[in-house]
Design a protein around this ligand. Structure first.
Ligand code: PML
Ligand code: MG
Ligand code: MG
Ligand code: MG
Length: 248
């Protein structure tokens, strides 16, 4: 069966500057294309970050041999009461992973808030490895493996989209962990993911109403290695097997 990649990104002009509103990724059978396209456009027009005034919808056929499969990371949830406690859990997990510089890494988070993509940060030297640090690296071309009968849902499933993205990111060469805080003002749960700990949800990383958010991909290797990592993250088409729909 021929599969297609569908990508949507939406923004709104604020004071002459395009501000990211929403984005999504799907890998679909042909018969799923129409309904999913409408649902993604609807999502962009009715987003909690405001209605988009620019929507880009891109559909590409995936050629034979271009697709690979990875298993979803196992997940756990760490319940915390405050954002401060949440940040302490991030530091604890980085420490458990043997990643030094946890505090320095966290202090770089605010640099991601205005980026469309993620920061690719060398965990040892704290050097940023993205060719364009304003844009960052976009982890794209991924979806949960599913039957073409999957129901089309208008609402963003933060959890499933994030576990699919994290499973692809962690399968990338030279990536040792990912840290994410949602840029959705309504969504305060974030996560740390790595091969050794799986996908660890942290129930509060910011206050409700706060539009800040972003991702840091932690990298270990040379600048030659970074090219391979970026190519995989931005170009390799990946279906994630057994991705759970909800954390409950
Ligand atoms: C986002 O969609 O902006 C990131 C969502 C993080 C999801 C955390 C979770 O619920 O597991
Ligand atoms: Mg962003
Ligand atoms: Mg890896
Ligand atoms: Mg978002």
């Amino acid at each position: 069966m021929t599969l297609y990649s569908m990508k949507m990104r939406a923004s709104r002009n604020e004071n002459g500057k395009p501000v990211h509103v929403s984005g999504a990724e799907k890998i679909l059978a042909q018969k799923e294309i129409h309904d999913n396209a409408s649902a993604l456009i609807e999502r962009a027009l009715c987003h909690s970050k405001g209605s988009a005034d620019f929507i880009n919808l891109k559909i590409e056929e995936i050629r034979p041999g271009e697709l690979s499969y990875v298993e979803a990371l196992p997940f756990t949830t760490r319940d915390v009461k405050t954002a401060e406690e949440g940040r302490a859990v991030i530091l604890e997990l980085l420490d458990k992973l043997g990643i030094k510089n946890g505090r320095e890494i966290l202090s770089r988070f605010s640099e991601t808030y205005d980026m469309r993509g993620a920061m690719l940060l060398n965990a040892d030297t704290l050097e940023r490895m993205e060719p364009d640090t304003e844009r960052g690296i976009r982890a794209t071309y991924m979806d949960a493996e599913h039957s073409p009968e999957r129901s089309v849902c208008n609402d963003k499933n933060h959890f499933q989209e994030a576990i699919v993205l994290a499973s692809k990111v962690i399968s990338a060469p030279h990536i040792i962990a990912e840290i994410c805080m949602s840029d959705d003002p309504d969504y305060v749960t974030g996560y740390v993911a790595a091969e050794a700990i799986g996908y660890v949800r942290i129930t509060k990383l910011k206050e409700k109403g706060c539009p800040d958010g972003g991702r840091i991909f932690l990298f270990r290797g040379s600048s030659e290695d970074a090219k391979e990592t970026i190519k995989y993250l931005e170009k390799q088409k990946v279906l994630v097997k057994n991705a759970p729909l909800s954390p409950c």
